[in-house]
Design a protein around this ligand. Structure first.
Ligand code: ATP
Ligand code: MG
Length: 582
């Protein structure tokens, strides 16, 4: 896990005067403001619209939008890095906008696209050719790779490197007119084929791609490469601090090189930080895309996915994700964060805001023999025992109930404080009942129902309401409860580091129990009003969020967001692989 404190730290002063410990990026920014290098901060979040956002992107969003919000007159742009029409789409762009908003951030009028700058970028490319800092290369892709050399061997100059400026200008113009096929020529920066940094060995800056672009249509058939478009887009927007992940550290000399060669309005400072990695999942869009395309999950917003949309459907609130991003902090050291920490943030957030309700996922019938036949009553029960302001509802009670099978044992160990033959338990908010007889299926021997009696004096307000028994269990009235579908989600992979072993496909490490469907569970009748997106705590079981109704049965669907306790942490301590199903 990331150790906070491994980076230079300082106090930064937020606009409201409140001081908080700053990460190294906030410390650098505070310094730039205090020395007068900048009067305000401009950042950007630059997603490529080639997939949905994941929780790693949320870290970058919280940082970029967060830093801008901390300083007066500062702002963060949402800029789509849409330079590769082969993989990008308007659908992804819309999904990204939805997710950034949902996380609680607003770009206001500052929505930009690298494609907004295509003409400007093209003109700068021509400037580079004119000043003999770029040339059209006519080697094939394979040849360019072979000429590039390796970490231990310098590259070799392309035979086209010294082609006359006029010839490169002419070829680049004709590339832009569509006279050549994809791959026939590329435009390369002329830097240093012997540089120890491979990124500086005459990187490609434009290539031919005869594709329709979702923003610019067929206006272009040459597209700029990331390294060229990114720094220049930052410069056009007068970004002060260009925050990116560590893998771009080796690209920084190139970032600075382009800005030094060209007449740009600003020279942003690139600062790298460690990307977020999480246990039990994969985070690259390429891998997530494979899971979607091959049907290992139901879509980008499958509740098992580490995507923002998946987490939303699973029931996470943006508050929990922002809290998580704040707790992991910003450092320069690569680390893998325990999924348990994210789940802790989710539990803590939901604990404060969800109503507690009763639901039975694995029903066992209880018949109360001494309860008046055909009768029922209502019990007033608070939605959150510690928070009366959350209100209460009426729970229906009758002579036939469902309890969870796990709450009964025919031959229990001594410390089993739930129901067993001859033993008593309290029904949550209700009476104390006693199990008198176990009814079994004669053929299979399975327990099918329990005959019990109740003590009428033990209801809240009754003479014996304070009588103590060791266990309290949840229940619903069989005649009043509503049948629903429940999806018990668990971690997507069964090992902490599914991406680590390169000899094995990460897809072979998917957790076969990552989703278990309970097609008929029973919830208390107050949940008949539950709507998609509503969140509840099922007492003693976990947090659940309503999804779209099941298309086959029309039943309400509850997704398990997270269990009440971390069963994985306990198991890892015991050295076991997969957790008890909860
Ligand atoms: P992936 O590798 O998952 O495909 P990416 O870096 O290609 O991600 P982009 O859309 O280019 O995805 O990323 C947009 C921004 O989000 C970039 O500034 C990138 O550095 C940042 N980002 C991406 N993944 C992470 C991560 N795991 N942790 C922190 N920031 C991230
Ligand atoms: Mg990228």
């Amino acid at each position: 896990m990331n150790q906070p404190g491994s980076e230079p730290r300082a106090e930064s002063t937020a606009p409201d005067g409140d001081t908080r410990p700053a990460d190294f990026i906030r410390a650098l920014i505070a310094q730039d403001l205090s020395t007068g290098k900048h009067s305000h901060v401009v950042t950007r979040f630059p997603p490529e619209p080639n997939g949905y956002l994941h929780i790693g992107h949320a870290k970058s969003i919280c940082l970029n939008f967060g830093v801008a919000a901390e300083h007066p007159g500062s702002y963060c742009t949402l800029r789509f890095d849409d330079t590769n029409p082969a993989k990008e789409s308007a659908e992804y762009m819309e999904a990204i906008k939805r997710d950034v908003h949902w996380l609680g951030f607003d770009w206001g009028s500052r929505l930009r696209h690298a494609s907004d700058y295509f003409q400007h970028l093209h003109d700068w490319a021509v400037d580079l050719i004119r000043s003999d800092k770029a040339y059209v290369d006519s080697l094939s892709g394979d040849e360019i790779r072979a000429y590039r050399g390796t970490l231990t061997e310098p590259g070799r100059p392309s035979p086209y490197r010294d082609r006359p400026v006029e010839e490169s200008l002419d070829l680049f113009t004709r590339m832009g007119r569509g006279e050549f096929d994809d791959g026939a020529h590329v435009l390369r920066a002329k830097i240093d084929m012997a540089s120890p940094n491979l990124n500086m060995r005459d990187p490609i800056i434009y290539r031919i791609r005869k594709l329709t672009h979702h923003m610019t249509g067929d206006a272009w058939c040459i597209y700029p490469m990331y390294d060229f478009s990114h720094c220049l887009s930052d410069a056009i927007e007068c970004v002060t601090h260009s925050l990116c992940t560590l893998e771009f550290e080796d690209h920084r000399p190139l970032y600075d090189w382009f800005l030094a060669q060209l007449d740009v309005p600003a020279h942003p400072r690139q600062i790298e930080f460690a990307r977020l990695n999480l246990t039990y999942t994969v985070m690259s869009k390429r891998r997530l895309n494979e899971l979607v395309a091959e049907g290992h999950v139901t879509g980008w917003d499958d509740p098992r996915m580490p995507t923002v949309s998946g987490m939303r459907r699973r029931g996470y609130r943006p508050e929990a994700i922002r809290d998580f991003c704040e707790r992991i902090g910003i450092t320069k050291k690569d680390a893998v964060i325990d999924m348990g920490l994210l789940e802790t943030c989710v539990r803590e957030d939901l604990d404060a805001v969800t109503r507690r309700v009763l639901a039975v996922l694995n029903p066992l019938k209880v018949i109360i023999d001494n309860y008046p036949e055909g009768h029922s009553e209502e019990i007033d029960a608070p939605y959150h025992p510690q928070k009366p302001e959350m209100g209460s509802r009426k729970l229906a009670f009758s002579g036939q109930l469902f309890i969870d099978r796990d709450d009964f044992m025919e031959d229990p160990p001594r410390k089993f404080f739930r129901l067993a033959p001859g033993r008593e338990v309290r029904l949550r908010y209700g009476y104390i009942i006693r199990c008198n007889e176990v009814l079994k299926d004669p053929a299979s021997g399975d327990v099918i129902a329990l005959r019990c009696s109740y003590d009428p004096e033990t209801r809240s307000g009754g003479a014996q309401s304070g009588r103590k028994v060791k266990g309290t269990i949840h229940w619903v009235s069989a005649a009043h409860a509503q049948p629903v579908q429940v999806r018990l989600y668990d971690r997507l992979f069964s090992v902490p580091d599914p991406g680590a072993d390169k000899s094995q496909s990460f897809k072979d490490l998917l957790n076969p129990d990552s989703m278990r469907v309970v097609s008929q569970a029973w919830v208390e009748s107050s949940l008949s009003k539950a709507r998609p997106g509503d969140r509840y705590q099922f007492e003693r079981q976990g947090y659940f969020c309503v999804d779209q109704p099941d298309p086959e049965t029309g039943r309400t669907v509850f997704n398990r967001t997270v269990t009440l306790r971390d069963s994985w942490a306990r198991l890892e301590k015991q050295g076991s692989q997969s957790p008890r199903r909860g």
